[in-house]
Design a protein around this ligand. Structure first.
Ligand SMILES: C[S@@+](CC[C@H](N)C(=O)[O-])C[C@H]1O[C@@H](n2cnc3c(N)ncnc32)[C@H](O)[C@@H]1O
Length: 206
C-alpha cells in the first residue's frame, strides 16, 4: 500500500476504532521508556517518535520532563487524538503529518523511536527510503529504538502484511550506519488479552 491509500487506511483506523480496539495500544509504553533510559538520553535532547500515531509515549515523556518532542505519523487523525488527549501540553510538541519515506527533516534528533511502523515496509525500496530519512534525521552518536513484530509474531497488523524480525535480520535491514547495541523480546498484551511477541532493537549511529 502506498501514499494516499496508506494514509486513508490509517486515518480510517484511527477515526473508526477506539483505542481499546487497536491491537497495538498500550497504556504504559514500558519497553520504550526502559530503552530510552538505557540510551542515556537527557530531558533536553531532541526525540522523534515516527509512526507515533496516538501512542501514549509522548504523554510519558512529557511527564518525565522531556522538552523537545516531535511525533510524526501518516495519519493526521491519530495526531489530533493524541494532541486532544494532552490538552494544553500539546502546544509543547511538534506534530508532523508526513510519510516517513518522503519526510526530509529540517533538523536532527538525538533519539529516533519507532514502534510498529518499520515492519509495514515489506519492500526493499520502502526500507531504503526509510533508511535515507533516518540518516538525515539522526545526530552523530544518536540512538534509534526500532520495535517490530518478532519472528514468531503475527503475520499481519491492522489487516496489512508485515515483515517479522530477529536481531540479526533487523540489524541488516536498518543498515550499516547503525550498530545494534541491545535487543529485547517483549510480549505485548493487546487490549483484549492476546499476546504479540515484539523485538525491540536499540541502535546507535556509527
Ligand atoms: C501499529 S501503529 C503503531 C502506532 C504507535 N507507534 C504505537 O506504538 O502506538 C503504526 C503506525 O504507523 C503509522 N504509519 C504507517 N505507515 C507510515 C508511513 N509510511 N509514514 C508514517 N507513519 C506511518 C500509522 O499511521 C500508525 O499510526
Amino acid at each position: 500500500m502506498i501514499g494516499d491509500a496508506a494514509q486513508g487506511h490509517w486515518d480510517g483506523v484511527y477515526s473508526h476504532k477506539p483505542e481499546a480496539e487497536r491491537s497495538w495500544s498500550e497504556s504504559v509504553p514500558a519497553a520504550s521508556l526502559e530503552l530510552i533510559a538505557a540510551a542515556g538520553v537527557q530531558p533536553d535532547d531532541a526525540i522523534v517518535d515516527v509512526g507515533g500515531g496516538a501512542s501514549r509515549l509522548v504523554d510519558a515523556l512529557l511527564e518525565r520532563k522531556f522538552t523537545d518532542l516531535t511525533v510524526l505519523d501518516l495519519s493526521s487523525s491519530a495526531l489530533e487524538q493524541a494532541a486532544a488527549r494532552l490538552g494544553a501540553q500539546a502546544a509543547g510538541v511538534d506534530w508532523l503529518a508526513a510519510d516517513i519515506r518522503q519526510w526530509r527533516p529540517e533538523r536532527q534528533y538525538r533519539l529516533w523511536h519507532d514502534r510498529a511502523l518499520f515492519h509495514f515496509l515489506t519492500e526493499e525500496q520502502q526500507r531504503s527510503a526509510y533508511r535515507e530519512t533516518l540518516r538525515h534525521a539522526m545526530l552523530s552518536g544518536g540512538f534509534a529504538i526500532i520495535a517490530t513484530f518478532a519472528q514468531d509474531g503475527p503475520e499481519r497488523c491492522s489487516g496489512l502484511p508485515v515483515c517479522r524480525y530477529a536481531p540479526p535480520t533487523l540489524a541488516e535491514a536498518v543498515g550499516p550506519d547503525f550498530s545494534l547495541i541491545e535487543s529485547r523480546r517483549v510480549e505485548h498484551h493487546t487490549p483484549w488479552g492476546s499476546i504479540q511477541p515484539f523485538l525491540y532493537g536499540l541502535f546507535q549511529r556509527v
